[in-house]
Design a protein around this ligand. Structure first.
Ligand SMILES: Cc1cc2nc3c(=O)[nH]c(=O)nc-3n(C[C@H](O)[C@H](O)[C@H](O)COP(=O)(O)O)c2cc1C
Length: 249
């Protein structure tokens, strides 16, 4: 890697270097949500508001939060998965043409992230790869090939928690959705947005006796290839494993 490339990114994406964005030039806005593949089956998710919850003390929750890398064999329920998806990308309001307000902030409400799930152990779901459809609050089946967990673990440099977690949330950045408005500076916002999403996953997991571990160490090309992404227009930006806490933790 070229030494100084990170510093160069910070320098060259300073506000003072911004040129007219495609939005300012009047170019058409790209879709704000990936369209669902009409050929794939979909699965309805239970309403996230129906999951029984004990009252939560936010201060305790923040103290309690810690990365969890080992999980019990207990599966997540579909209702719990639905709740985690809502906490990380759930839509609260749609206005105008596909503009959404969600449970997480996003620069300019661009919401340029899509959620893909690796499912290893969730009740009522076959292990596989699924995509979250936030408008419908449904899952779209992408693949149920065997040993996907192993392939994702390899793409994460052998981090076996990808095989042992109940599920992994894989966030895909769709770059032009952000750069259409913000130009090259928009790349900064993609990473900032992903951080907010993952923190919500950490906190929400704690409320259902589960834990999360963020994963930033992955082979970009390997991960993108597993999901059929070109690595430029859309690319894996971040992921996190989730599973039930082991007994006694
Ligand atoms: C951007 C980012 C990337 C991370 N990548 C990994 C990773 O690839 N593997 C891992 O085991 N933990 C990873 N972590 C978790 C950190 O190691 C963990 O947050 C840190 O050790 C502090 O512990 P805590 O989360 O329990 O407070 C990552 C955390 C962040 C925020």
């Amino acid at each position: 890697m070229k030494k100084g490339i990170g510093r160069e990114f910070v320098e060259k994406t300073k506000h003072k270097y911004l040129e007219l964005s495609d939005q300012q030039k009047g170019l058409t806005q790209p879709p704000l949500i990936w369209p669902r593949q009409q050929v794939n089956p979909t699965i309805s998710l239970p309403h996230p508001g129906n999951l029984p919850m004990s009252p939560v003390d936010l201060r305790n929750l923040i103290v309690q939060r810690a990365s969890l890398r080992e999980y019990s064999d207990k599966p997540l329920t579909l209702a719990e998965l639905s709740y985690l998806l809502w906490c990380t990308q759930g839509i609260k309001l749609i206005y105008g043409h596909q503009v959404t307000l969600r449970t997480v902030p996003s620069a300019g409400a661009r919401h340029a992230l899509e959620t893909v799930l690796l499912i290893n152990r969730v009740e009522d779901l076959e292990p596989g790869v699924y995509r979250y459809l936030p408008v419908e609050h449904e899952l779209e089946v992408i693949s149920t090939q065997p040993d996907l967990g192993g392939r994702f673990a390899t793409a994460c440099f052998g981090q076996t928690m990808l095989m042992h977690c109940a599920t992994a949330f894989i966030w895909v950045a769709v770059s032009y959705r952000m750069t259409w408005r913000y130009g090259e500076r928009g790349y900064r916002y993609l990473y900032l947005d992903a951080g907010h999403v993952c923190q919500n996953l950490y906190l929400a997991s704690e409320t259902i006796d589960s834990g999360t571990c963020a994963v930033g160490a992955f082979d970009d090309d390997g991960m993108n290839a597993l999901l059929g992404l070109d690595g430029s227009e859309s690319f894996v930006i971040y992921l996190a494993t989730v599973g039930k806490k082991p007994p006694g933790s």
